[in-house]
Design a protein around this ligand. Sequence first.
Ligand code: AMP
Length: 398
Amino acid sequence: MSDTILVVNCGSSSLKVALFDLNLNQLTSALAERLGKQDAFASVPGYSGDIPLAGEGGHREAFQAIVSTFRDLNLLTSPPVAIGHRVVHGGETFREAALINDDVRRAIEECAGLAPLHNPVNLTGIEATTELFPEAPQVAVFDTAFHQTLPRHAYLYAVPYRFYRDWGVRRYGFHGTSHNFMATEAARLLGKVPGETSIISAHLGNGCSITAIRDGRSVDTSMGLTPLEGLVMGTRSGDIDPGLFDFLKTKEISAEDLHRILNNESGLLGLSEKTNDMRTLSELAEQGHEPSLVAIEVFCFRLARYISAMMASLSELDALVFTGGIGENSAMVRIRTLSHLKLAGFAIEPSLNQQHGKQTNGRIDREDSRFKVMVIPTNEERVIASEALQTSGAIRQR
Ligand code: AMP
């Protein structure tokens, strides 16, 4: 097999590598987890069992193991025509995807202070692919780029202005690739032009964020300087009162502890004291487990508040769109959330909601709903592949 696009998504301790053909059909997708730990492993569809990654394998070793398995499986018989990298933070430097060269590498490094867990591993991914495929054009696709159109009133925090001027403290927003895809896909399904389509896009996965998109451009979003702000997430708290920092000093909780607690031990997991997994929480709640029900209630109420907050940035709304593992699959979360928004005029049709809009071009709204409501599966890797192909000019050169 030849003519492939390789997509590399390095998380802080995980790695996803996907292969697409030039029509953007996904050929395969491999995953490595627990990177940097003794029990790091990779799994590749078509290869029996997990691949152990010797010597506390990091991102580089994982990438090499996955590519070598792709080759053994005849999935990658020649170098990819383009490589797309998900890069978490592009600061104010990147408003769109960028062909990687030394300047771009340096700029990604300079943004590392804003995403210390992610940008350095994204760079490792770029180095690892350069070693194996030195000739292939590589493209960085930034989580933050789509949100560079936020107006000043949406991105500034009301803290001393010098924090922004001197240190770049502002709201950047994340999940841009997915929100961008939602805007384009909703427009297509509604028979509209993306640049004339306004939606609220709720990306609800293990990380959650919501974005107001006016005429195809991001104008408000719930994540901020870091991906901790905003909605309740799997293990992240989302919004909290900054006064908590002071209060916890009296409880001998250090800044490092608090960082861990708010990022890894809060959200659905923190509230339920059981799990960050919405599917399990739903089952537990049905069986009468009260803390799981509480976690779901807080999750849905916060989301409803944010949906109405996003309306402040729009003069019209073509559709409210749900995506991500929870947004695409949990009819219960959608119905609970919209039950808080009757005053705003949102209403969904239970039968369409149960089918996740699969037979109705994504639509799940009731006839008398003031606004359309849709479910659209996201595919961040596919968007990265598409951007890699366009930005690298790989098609033009052929
Ligand atoms: P993601 O990060 O997009 O893969 O989403 C992960 C989240 O989606 C987890 O909380 C899963 O429990 C949730 N999820 C996946 N499938 C379902 C489902 N059928 N019902 C409810 N939640 C689901």
